[in-house]
Design a binder for this molecule. Structure first.
Ligand code: 2BA
Length: 107
């Protein structure tokens, strides 16, 4: 069994959650905050058998588009960002960790 930890942009969340639910893929959504932008994102915990991982990757690829966004430099974790200068960052997409699960129990 594997555990996928997927960090996604909050704007993409509804579509991803709908698609996971439609395919019967179990998940837990955590409201999280990115360390750089200090903006809300969502982290999904998805426990599943290895053969189902491509289905999740397909959903993330379909609904988590990458785009550019200008943000106020002083509101990021940019070291020494003293000015309110706009900086362009890439947002969206999905950051995915795939972990081996040693045990899975429901008590
Ligand atoms: P944030 O840390 O808020 O980062 C949002 C986006 O800002 C990043 O997208 C990246 O495009 C940009 N960014 C981050 N650090 C930067 C820097 N020092 N200079 C310029 N631009 C920078 P992603 O890389 O797709 O990451 C999206 C979110 O995924 C992150 O939000 C963070 O919450 C999480 N994440 C990414 N890599 C991670 C890691 N290795 N461990 C844990 N969480 C991670």
């Amino acid at each position: 069994m594997k555990l996928l930890i997927a960090i996604i942009h909050r704007d993409d969340s509804a579509n991803v959650l709908d698609a996971l639910a439609a395919q019967g893929i179990p998940f837990t959504r955590l409201a999280t905050t990115g360390g750089f932008l200090r903006a809300g994102n969502d982290t999904l915990l998805i426990g599943l058998e290895e053969e189902h991982i491509p289905r999740v990757m397909d959903i993330l690829t379909e609904y988590c588009s990458v785009r550019k966004q200008f943000v106020d430099a002083s509101q990021t974790a940019f070291l020494g960002a003293m000015l309110h200068a706009p900086v362009e960052v890439t947002v969206g997409g999905a950051t995915v960790f795939v972990l081996d699960v040693e045990q899975f129990r429901k008590i």
